[in-house]
Write a protein that binds this ligand. Structure first.
Ligand code: ZN
Ligand code: ZN
Length: 449
């Protein structure tokens, strides 16, 4: 057949394939021919007693949502964004290399699913060996973002399926390996996810007239968006039921001398309480907490925040308010607003959280806060000798707001109930808010007739 045309295949003719050569892309081709560089061979240190051959040591795994220890002792909330952090001992490698990995996960005794790492980590003699230091850097662990199916209520098992040089050889490893039903002897890590109630927040922006030029001061949308995101990232819940409105503030008048009067937040809370009573009477869920935002007019009209508190019953009410604006006073906060952690502090009062008394010069301790566990108001007890028990904060970030994922050292970050810089949610506050959410969910649920 003269018109039959087939591309030549070297195997048809018993020829060795031609070596790949670098060549210019033809003009019609949108891609240049790739230049493949073989992945470097990884040299591992021989581990004492390890057989057969050399292995990389897996030092630990942390299942991070908000704050966690290497013992994974902070409850995991079903449905919440969850990052598995796996620590590979960089000193297992005798030369610099980059490794990545793949985990296998399963629910109960179901089938295994496979998940690639989000990143790659540097290993080798030059990489800091201290595991505790590497926990403080989100880029120093192999990170895996669990899919929704993996974080449902119940048990989840995780093992490391592969450790490898990207595009190169698999690296043998020890720790977190295959389970008994698969080749190998190591066991998988099993953790449990629990359900948590919905957090219901009604955010109310309050307008007022500037005392200087009578312009109307209204909180920008960014303050609402960042507060909502901060609550999603820090609170022990998978779901924030959020709504927001802006209303004229009653009796919201800044002083000519600057700032609002000291009692201003009480007036705002009274207005919020009235709005809430009206809305709950017309059908809004009674488990809804209200938070008022008052823009601080670039710093000239600052309103100190507060939550409603009943001295007789020693119980906080479901209403609080606070200032919002660009965090020029708080340089540690590099995002566009301080409404995020400030609002989290005030709203956490409405979940019965109290001041632990840090820093001592600025915040008197609440005498009813009797079980505060962390010296210095940090998010962990840094005096505990065994560092794997130290809690490290973990911010999963928010791509919608340009907020990166970050690990937050417990020796630097303070609990949201302090007045200290660098505020994040500690395990103590996280657990207490979870208890209160569960309590309100049971006691305040709307009657079903
Ligand atoms: Zn902020
Ligand atoms: Zn407070």
């Amino acid at each position: 057949m003269a018109d039959e045309h087939r591309d030549l295949d070297p195997r048809d003719r018993g020829m060795a394939p031609e070596p790949a050569v670098e060549r210019a892309a033809p003009p019609c081709c949108p891609y240049a021919a790739p230049q493949i560089r073989p992945a470097p061979a990884v040299e591992l240190r021989a581990a004492a007693g390890a057989a057969p051959g050399d292995i990389a040591i897996i030092e630990g795994v942390e299942i991070a949502q908000v704050v966690q220890s290497l013992d994974n002792d902070v409850p995991l909330i079903a449905g919440k964004t969850t990052i598995v952090r796996i620590y590979v001992d960089p000193q297992s490698f005798t030369a610099p290399a980059i490794v990545t990995g793949e985990i296998a996960w399963r629910r109960g005794t179901g089938g295994w699913s496979f998940l690639p790492a989000m990143n790659r980590v540097d290993v080798g003699p030059a990489v800091a060996s201290d595991l505790h230091d590497r926990r403080h850097d989100a880029a120093a662990s192999l990170n895996f973002k669990l899919p929704a199916d993996a974080v449902r209520e119940g048990d989840l098992s995780i093992r490391l399926n592969r450790l490898m040089v990207p595009g190169g050889a698999d690296v043998p490893f020890d720790g977190l390996g295959p389970t008994a039903d698969l080749p190998g002897v190591e066991t998988a890590l099993t953790v449990s996810f629990r359900g948590a109630p919905v957090l219901r927040i009604r955010a109310v922006g309050l307008r007022y007239h500037s005392v200087r030029d009578a312009t109307v001061i209204t909180p920008d949308a960014t303050h609402f968006a960042h507060l909502r995101s901060f609550l999603v990232r820090t609170y022990p819940t998978a779901e924030v039921e959020w709504s927001q409105i802006v209303v004229d503030g009653d009796n919201l008048v800044p002083q000519v001398a600057g700032g609002f009067p000291a009692f201003q937040s009480n007036l705002v809370n009274a207005q919020l309480l009235a709005i809430r009573a009206r809305e709950v009477a017309s059908g809004r869920d009674p488990r809804t907490h209200y938070y008022g935002l008052v823009d601080f007019e670039g710093g000239s009209s600052f309103m100190r925040g507060a939550a409603i508190y009943d001295e007789m019953t020693e119980v906080f009410g479901p209403v609080a308010c606070g200032p919002c604006g660009v965090p020029s006073f708080w340089v540690w906060d590099t995002d566009p607003t301080f409404a995020d952690w400030y609002g989290c502090h005030e709203l956490s009062h409405t979940f019965q959280r109290r001041h632990p008394g840090f820093p001592p010069a600025n915040q008197p301790p609440d005498p009813l806060e009797k079980t505060w566990p962390y010296p210095g108001g940090f998010i962990t007890d840094n005096s505990v000798a065994e560092q794997r028990k130290h809690h490290v904060g973990f911010d999963v970030g928010d791509p919608d707001l340009g907020l990166p994922m970050a690990a937050l050292p417990g020796s630097v970050w303070h609990d949201v109930m302090t007045y200290a810089d660098r505020q994040w949610m500690s395990a103590y506050t996280f657990n207490a808010i979870l208890d209160q959410l569960l309590h309100e969910d049971a006691v305040l649920a709307p009657q079903i007739s």
